[in-house]
Structure formats: C-alpha cells, structure tokens
Design a protein around this ligand. Sequence first.
Ligand SMILES: [Zn+2]
Ligand SMILES: [Zn+2]
Length: 441
Amino acid sequence: MSDRAGFARGEKGSRLLIRAGRVVDPAQGLDRVCDVLVEGGRIARVGEVGDVPAEVRIDARGLVVTPGWIDMHVHLREPGFEEKETIRTGAAAAAAGGITAVACMPNTSPPIDTEATVEYVLLQAERAGFARVYPVGTITRGRAGETLSEMGRLRRAGAVAFSDDGAPVPTAGLMRRALEYARMFDAPIISHCEDKTLCEGGAMHEGGVSMRLGLPGIPSSGEDVMVQRDIDLARVTGGRLHIAHVSTAGAVEALRRAKALGVRVTAEATPHHLTLTDACVEGYDANFKMYPPLRAPADIAALREGLLDGTIDAVATDHAPHTIQEKEAQFADAPVGVVGLETLLGIVCEEFLHAGLLDWTGIVRRVSCAPARILGVPGGTLASGSPADVTVIDPEAAWVVDPAAFRSMGRNTPFAGRRLRGRAVVTLVGGRVVYRDDRGR
Ligand SMILES: [Zn+2]
Ligand SMILES: [Zn+2]
C-alpha cells in the first residue's frame, strides 16, 4: 500500500537507528525507553538493539518516539488553487509538524472525482516526497450533490475514502446510496454535516456572541440534524460513516448513543474546536472563521469529554489554507478555514499531555492508530515489518507559533503567538528523514 500513497520505499539495505528514546506503541502495549532499528524503509526491531552500525543515527535520549502521526482531514488545494497551497508545500508542512501521512479532501479544481485526478495527486505527492498523501474521492460527480461519482474506479486508483467535504450531501436518498455503495469496498464516507437551509449565510456560531457582534449565526442544529440523519442511514445500510470536524454537544451525544447501539460510525475533532470558543471572534479576525464555527464553552467541554471517552476517535486538523488577502476581508465576507498541520502536535501536547488529560498512549491512539484504522492505511504501529513512519518528539521544547515560519503557504492560524510546549524534532517516512529540527539540541 505504501507505493499507493505517493511515497517510495526506503532504499534496500540502508539502516537507521533511533537510540534510547521513550518508545510509545499502543498496538504492542509498549511505553518504555529502548531503541528502534529501521532497515530498508521498514521497522526491523524495537528493543535493546545496541550499538549496531547504521548510516543514520538519531540520539533520542529525553525524546518520545511514536508511530507517525496521521492527519485524516486536510485541504492541499492542488489542483486548481495553487495560490493557497500546493501538494509540495502542504506535505512539507505535514513533515515539519511531525505528520507522516495525510488524507486530502477532494474540493479541488477539478475535484478529485476521476481516476486521472487521483493519480495526479499521488504523482505530485511522490515528487514532493515529504509525506504520504491519501486522496479522498468525491461522493458525488463534480461535488454537485446530484449523482454518485464512480466510486469503484476512484477506489481502484487509490482513493481511501469518499467525501464532498466543504459541502454536505444534500439529500438523504443520495447519502443512503453512497453508504450502500462504499460498503462494497469497506471504505468510509466522510460526512461534512451542515444543513444548508439552517446554516446558509451564517458567519459564526449562533448565540449570545453573534447577537452582540451583529454577525449572522450558524446554529448548532444545522450540524446536529445532519449528524443524526447520517447516523440513521449508517444504521440501516450497515455502511461505514465518519463524521468530520464534530463541533457541537448535540453531535457528541448522538455519536455516543450510536456507538452504544453498534452503528459503524467514527468521528474526528479539530484542535481549534477542542480548545477555542466563539468569544475568539470578538476581534472580527477572520483567522477565527471556519466551518463549523467555533462554538460555545459547553460544546468545547462536551467535545473534550467525547475525545477522552472515545466517542470521538481522532484529532484531525481540517488544514485549510487561504491567501493573506482573502483572509484580510471583512469577517462576514472572508473564506472559511484555518491551517493546522504545523500546530497539531504542539496543541495536543499543551492541551492534553501537559494538562494531564491524556498520556502518551492515549495521544498516539487518537493521532495515529485511529486514523490508520478508519482509513484502512498502513501505520499506527511500530511493529516489526511495518513501514518506518516515525515521529520523534521533544515534549518539553517550548516555542511560540509564528505563522511567518510555516512551511505551509497558509498563514491563517488561530494560534498565532501562542506559547506551546512540544514539537517534532525528527520525522521519518518510509525510513527516510523528511524533517529534522536541531534547534537547541
Ligand atoms: Zn468540512
Ligand atoms: Zn475540510
């Protein structure tokens, strides 16, 4: 499968040794200081390897070694919007953020609704060489919400999932058929839950803050009704449903009930929805504008509870770069979306690890194991024989988010100026070093 993700395998015979790091691999029940030996692009051994000869050596004393982080929801903008981001800059941003693989959404131009476009994305990712890129195909032709795309062909070309992200699937009938069809390949349908009749024209979460600011609101019900619709359809079809960017307490509750009933549903939440509220919009800064919008404190509390109890399986960024000019527009007119690839790791460390809410095993499950499982791609483990996609982290490294330093072309982060503790120091994909940060070491 690794050749299907636009990334060549490591050279045969080459050896890389990561010495004396704290190795965390929930798939093997492992959390202890030891070595990781990589041979020919694959994990050869985890344990006391000793001082064997190796072309590349990484001293990981004081560092944490995890399976590569996987961001299952990003917008790489290519083809069609290369002024916002390219596959190359997006993949470089992933590597710098400790992310070894991403799933990229198909709202490009043309959209990823043909085999040729899937192949183009894979080719560009291979040329870039920084991270594995898994294309998500559209659910409907042209993302127009009218007829199903040729899912079988997209799947054979390398699409790992299907989504019309950026837009909802407008009718229940179409979503039902999509779930039935994707079930044949056991591929997930990733649902962007937004009832346009409730949300259209809104600029921020509907509530006390939107009233005070005089901005048109996006009600929580606009998400809740679609989450419930899709859960009901997943239940009757037996199809696999994944809810993108969950943001409301109502959606978390619906997911919890559905999982208890055995519905095949999974979910992700973004770092911004897990940590920021609609009060951030008070300065009318469009770097706090995204869909779904930042919600109320009670929603954030419910999301965090859902992430901790497993109702929400994964953290994904919904990385959505825009140009500076676009984001400088009036709040109501600015495009939705924020970048996230280069802040995911720092935010997760700061808000969950250092806050004492999740241990390393809990974090790795949510940023590596769950995305790999949901997408059905390699990764999420350091077991012998698996591709050597590895993130080496300095959990204590303090840094300040500076958008000007991003590898991403997008500067539109809601975390600019934030002090964080925790960053990637080495990122390996297929046994190759794709990012190394030697600052202060
Ligand atoms: Zn979306
Ligand atoms: Zn998205």
